[in-house]
Design a protein around this ligand. Structure first.
Ligand code: SAM
Length: 340
């Protein structure tokens, strides 16, 4: 007799008005940071009172609900996530959520060293570390802290322990553009991806300049100077991935300003203060903190989130246009208040 198997229920899928699958959430768990990167929040700390943040309980409830709705990947970001007390315990709680297949972290690595073993045990899907330069004095000038040696050592240690590491470098014309090849060559003998990010107008109202290093120029630069560069296949990623001959790792290009990946964008964001953003360039489409604290049920919350996805902007240009119509500044909030 053939044994009778009950087929597993199909995994839930969450889609937007344009049929894009949404399976990735970036949770910004704090807007505090111990660095003051010149392209992010050069004016110094923005100390939102603690109570304004979503609590860990609220973040966990939201994550569980989103996973039930179809999300399978969560990235913890900020601000600097590791400045928030209890972060590792929180991440352990998220890792235990059934259906959450990938938990990842973005960090500046300044507080990573003592937590590396715990993070290793968490089996992270990815650890993205910001590093814009290989020169200690430049690191200090860009971030406001003289911590290059510590950060670089911990990056090497993280790679050695086998955590999948990506390096995030923001391309800053005239500041680090003479080191792009040196940064890319980190991937020559390390199994990492070095990702070059176009600067975006989320610099705390500093004085954003897009500069001339867009994705096309970056790609041309690497093709000209690195051996036999080919494009690597990527499945719906928001990075274009290049592979140079003989490299253990790869190079990623992230066109956050060109906004060339919007057609396949699979991610939504939750800001530290609990705004849902369905596009990096929108001004927040749902105040989740208010909804959570008003006693709404999970079902009501899910309906509200679905309704927001039902009117998601086609791309980051449309979202920015909408901001303009509302009279909001196009360039102002620090990435630390959004979660890059
Ligand atoms: N503190 C963590 C870190 O340093 O990686 C996580 C938060 S940080 C806001 C996340 C990412 O956003 C970093 O890789 C950072 O380089 C990037 N970022 C910040 N401001 C940016 C801007 N104006 N344009 C492009 N990328 C930016």
């Amino acid at each position: 007799m053939t044994p009778h198997h009950t087929p597993a229920p199909p995994a839930p899928t969450l889609t937007d008005n344009l049929g894009r699958t949404i399976n990735y959430v970036r949770l910004a768990v704090t807007d505090r940071c111990n660095l003051n990167c010149r392209y992010c929040r050069p004016k110094g700390p923005c100390d939102e009172p603690r109570r304004e943040l979503l609590s860990y309980e609220e973040l966990e409830r939201l994550t569980r609900l989103l996973v039930e709705m179809g999300v399978s990947k969560v990235r913890i970001t900020g601000g600097e996530p590791l400045v928030r007390h209890g972060m590792l315990d929180f991440m352990r709680r998220l890792q235990a959520i059934d259906g959450l297949h990938q938990l990842a972290l973005t960090t500046n690595a300044t507080l990573l060293g003592p937590r590396l073993a715990d993070l290793r045990a968490l089996n992270l899907a990815g650890l993205n570390i910001s590093l814009d330069t290989l020169r200690p004095e430049r690191f200090a000038a860009i971030t406001g802290q003289n911590l290059f040696a510590d950060v670089f050592a911990v990056i090497e240690e993280a790679i050695f322990t086998g955590i999948p590491v990506k390096i995030n470098a923001v391309v800053q014309e005239g500041i680090n553009t003479d080191e792009l090849l040196d940064l890319a060559r980190l991937a020559a003998d390390r199994p990492i991806q070095v990702r070059f990010i176009e600067p975006m107008p989320f610099d705390g109202g500093n004085s954003f300049v897009a500069g001339n290093w867009n994705l096309a120029r970056l790609e041309q630069h690497f093709r000209e100077h690195l051996p036999d560069v080919r494009e690597a296949p990527t499945a719906g990623a928001t990075a274009r991935v290049l592979q140079a001959a003989g490299f253990k790792g790869s190079i990623g290009l992230i066109g956050g300003y060109s906004r060339c990946f919007c057609a396949t964008c699979n991610k939504i964001r939750i800001t530290p203060q609990g705004m849902l953003k369905t596009c990096l360039y929108d001004d927040g489409v749902l105040d989740l903190k208010e909804v959570l604290r008003s006693g709404s049920s999970d079902r009501e919350l899910a309906e509200m989130i679905r309704a927001c996805l039902g009117r998601r902007h086609a791309d980051g240009f449309a979202a920015a246009e909408q901001r303009k119509k509302k009279g909001l500044p196009g360039s102002c909030a620090s990435m630390a208040t959004i979660g890059g």
